[in-house]
Design a protein around this ligand. Structure first.
Ligand code: NAD
Length: 500
């Protein structure tokens, strides 16, 4: 039973064939604000038939529409329009992103909304910089190598960065000339559906972009399995990624997977201590630790271990916990009570394994609040082979592990099934760069955390997935290569024309 609602409940439909439509059944599902347990929005609940309609709309848009034939520049202009709409509606988008995910309003205002706009702007402007290749051959064959869109792309995103993940997928996929069906997570989708509503006003040709919400866990599987789909771009957990990979194998669909992580944050004794402390706090406690790149394994060199951990614990205890919509709040709720309870189970497991709770570990006392709050939690005495050090917790739980040598730090850092990101803190940049090259992961941040740049590809090694988002590499994922060879030999090449 949800709490009485104190704010107006907004209702959002599905974006199909360029218009906002209710689901065929007319059903909606509830969105609960994790800061207070209140209902704040209702989302149209797509059934199997709505999923099929969305995919068919994209198929029709691609096979018979003008979008794939339009110039890159024209498609880029649509992206720039979307960016402008995000900027014009920034406040409302930030508020909805905050209400649906529990991310602080400071975070959604200063990070999520502007970053989403910047990604659309980056790809919008990229259109002017892309050219096809013409290859010179020694034979009189003119070779033209062209990039073509994949066709119908299904994009599935998680709940932790709804607007940014939407931008990361839509901007390159649309620029490349694909028609798209995007499905956000039912756990946090209101901001994405407001964006869908805004996009419906841009005059984007019918069927080019379809965005659907569903409370049914099978909806994603139905999208991935559809024979009308050419490519799947998935971001989510490694477990779901495995199911997506299996489903996408039917029909041999192109696939990119951006999955989970258990990233090492390596602090050497010769670091700038203040910078490393601040960076380590961001790496585990931003968005309440619900980040794929969270620096959830903190590796500290033994010479500064005690001092560093004491200072970190003091800072964690000092974080201002509260409702996400307050600009003063530093640490909001987790995305839902159910997810918070999952994280609490990991904390119990950590205690059973013999890790020492240095701070947090429980539900904070926020006087009568029904929010999904959890204290920032730090475990010391962690061994890298413990369950809590190996599994992605996806919450504000830090595992601290000491090391004595660079080799040992590299060994521990790589001793994981994941390979998404790593952080290194040291003033010795030569050492940092050597270590960076030994780490088996897609991104290494030296003396910083979370530098995602539109120009630079991002993605995982090992079970953190494959394929890249952002940058030119991210853009090329959404295209395929065609070689067109024209033989200009008068009468044709005899090897070919006179073989038989
Ligand atoms: P999830 O895997 O539970 O769900 C992700 C999306 O997949 C949701 O939209 C969900 O509805 C959908 N889905 C569920 N089952 C499906 C199926 N069988 N087939 C197709 N789609 C299905 O993940 P989550 O809990 O929403 O998000 C957290 C996870 O996402 C974490 O593991 C995190 O590390 C990962 N993540 C990765 C990146 C990255 O770039 N590598 C970024 C953000 C989050």
């Amino acid at each position: 039973m949800n709490k009485m609602t104190t704010t107006a409940v907004q209702q959002f439909d599905l974006l199909i064939e360029g218009k906002m439509n209710p689901s065929l059944s007319g059903k909606y599902f509830d969105c609960i604000n994790p800061s207070n347990g209140e209902l704040f929005a209702r989302m149209a609940d797509a059934d199997t038939v709505d999923v099929q309609i969305a995919v068919s709309a994209a198929r029709l848009g691609f096979d018979h529409g003008r979008w794939p034939q339009m110039s890159l520049r024209e498609r880029g202009e649509f992206l720039l329009k979307i960016a402008s709409l995000i900027r014009e509606n920034a406040k409302e988008l930030a508020e909805l992103e905050c209400a649906s995910s529990g991310k602080t309003i400071k975070h959604t205002t200063f990070i999520d909304v502007p970053t989403a706009a910047e990604t659309f702007e980056y790809f919008g402007h990229l259109s002017g910089k892309l050219i096809n290749e013409t290859l010179r051959n020694s034979t009189p064959v003119l070779s033209v190598v062209e990039r073509e869109p994949m066709g119908v792309v299904v994009a599935i995103i998680p709940w932790n960065y709804p607007l940014i993940m939407t931008a990361w997928k839509l901007a390159p996929a649309l620029l490349a000339g694909n028609c798209v069906v995007l499905k956000p997570s039912p756990m946090a989708c209101a901001s994405v559906m407001l964006l869908a509503k805004l996009i419906a006003q841009t005059g984007l040709p019918k069927g080019v972009l379809n965005i659907i919400t569903s409370s049914r866990p099978q909806a994603g599987q139905e999208l991935v399995s559809s024979p009308e789909v050419d490519m799947v771009s998935f971001t989510g957990s490694t477990k779901t990624g495995e199911a997506v990979m299996a489903a996408a194998s039917k029909g041999v669909k192109k696939l990119t997977l951006e999955l989970g992580g258990k990233s090492p944050n390596i602090v050497f004794a010769d670091c700038d201590m203040e910078a490393a402390l601040g960076g380590s706090m961001s790496a585990i406690f931003m968005n309440q630790g619900q980040m794929c790149t969270a620096g959830s394994r903190l590796l500290v060199e033994d010479k500064i271990y005690t001092e560093f951990v004491e200072k970190l614990v003091a800072r964690a205890k000092d974080l201002k916990i509260g409702p996400a919509d307050n600009f003063e709040t530093e640490f909001g709720p987790l995305v839902s009570v159910e997810h918070r309870d999952q994280v609490l189970k990991f904390i119990e497991k950590g205690k059973q394994e013999g890790a020492k709770l240095a701070c947090g570990g429980g539900i904070p006392d926020l006087k009568g609040s029904d929010g999904a709050y959890l204290e920032p939690t730090i475990f010391t005495n962690v061994r890298n082979n413990m369950f809590i050090a190996q599994e992605e917790i996806f919450g504000p739980v830090l595992c601290v592990i000491p090391f004595t040598s660079t080799d040992e730090a590299v060994h521990i850092a790589n001793d994981t099934k994941y390979g998404l990101a790593a952080m290194i803190w040291t003033k010795d940049l030569e050492k940092a760069n050597k270590v960076a090259r030994r780490l088996r992961c897609g991104t290494v941040w030296i003396n910083t955390y979370g530098a995602f740049l539109n120009e630079v590809p991002f993605g995982g090694y090992k079970q953190s997935g494959f394929g890249r988002e952002l940058g030119l590499s991210g853009f090329w994922e959404y295209s395929q290569i065609k070689h067109i060879a024209t033989d200009k030999t008068p009468g044709g090449r005899s090897l070919v024309t006179s073989w038989f």
